[in-house]
Ligand binder design. Sequence first.
Ligand SMILES: Cc1cc2nc3c(=O)[nH]c(=O)nc-3n(C[C@H](O)[C@H](O)[C@H](O)COP(=O)(O)OP(=O)(O)OC[C@H]3O[C@@H](n4cnc5c(N)ncnc54)[C@H](O)[C@@H]3O)c2cc1C
Length: 310
Amino acid sequence: MTVLVFAECDGAVLDPATARVVTAARALDGEVHVLVVGSAAGGEQAARIAGVAKVVVAAGGPGPLPAEAAAALIARVAGGSVVVAGASARAKAILPRLAAALGLAMVSEIVGVPAPDTFVRPIYAGSLLETVHCPVRKVVTVRAVSFAPAGGQAPAPVETVAAPPDPGLSHLVGAEVRRTTGRPDLAEARIVVAAGRGVASREGFARVEGLADRLKAGLGASRAAVDAGFAPNECQIGQSGRTIAPEVYLALGISGAIQHVAGIREARFIAAVNTDAEAPIFRIADLGLTGDLFAAIPALEAELKARGVV
Ligand SMILES: Cc1cc2nc3c(=O)[nH]c(=O)nc-3n(C[C@H](O)[C@H](O)[C@H](O)COP(=O)(O)OP(=O)(O)OC[C@H]3O[C@@H](n4cnc5c(N)ncnc54)[C@H](O)[C@@H]3O)c2cc1C
């Protein structure tokens, strides 16, 4: 059986999560192939991920729309294939189309593969983990941060095929890049500094932003901080935001609701500052400070400066 990994590309750069998705795919029983749509350079990068037996580049034609990528996948899914992809916003728009079109089972957002047909996935905002046995052909999305990246290898063969015709269901009118901060992406950042409703204003959020920049950290926020307009949407961490796995997560003025904690379970070390000693975030924090974040930030900055860290 083939395990077909659908890999995403940002122009000529393969999504770094692909190496983690391949680790998950290798735990299934089958030969791992990778499909890259529209990027020969991305195909070459995929071929060097350990455990990849073959790469298929669907060249020329399809743009970035989900219906087009789904058509390319449908064309590649032969008899025995299981399809695996990272649980990104884009893959979440593509893979269910594929599952519906081909009548395949769908197992979403897995965090573990204890046996080739058995998957662990979080439910109820991550407060429970369920184990699912799915022995039939299926489509699987993977929470990439839960898997270590596969190493490197001598390049596997790359086959280039023509992309199938555009199904013409929708047309891309324009795209605008809005990530202009230069900060590390939340999914890749070693340190993430995040703010909650406790920052109380945009100006308060800017103080947290300053600390994040000094630490060269990713910048996160709770949904309450986003909904209040203190923080931009792309900063949201949690059940309906990003899932992260930094080495250090610093939560400032965040209560620790389960929907927020769902996004930070894979963080290695959690530090929290909160005025409320009973805040739930302290139950999962490795280090907690009961106090005002606006006093903690300058104190932390002074300490980091004294130690030559910033
Ligand atoms: C379906 C659904 C999906 C959701 N998805 C998400 C999600 O993806 N991400 C998410 O974050 N939430 C999500 N939520 C919302 C979640 O339930 C909480 O409402 C939210 O996480 C609370 O954000 P918060 O901790 O910033 O705010 P609050 O709960 O209001 O907490 C603010 C904290 O700041 C502290 N504080 C106040 N002032 C200071 C100060 N000066 N210094 C230090 N501490 C201070 C307070 O003691 C308090 O603990 C979701 C909810 C639902 C129903």
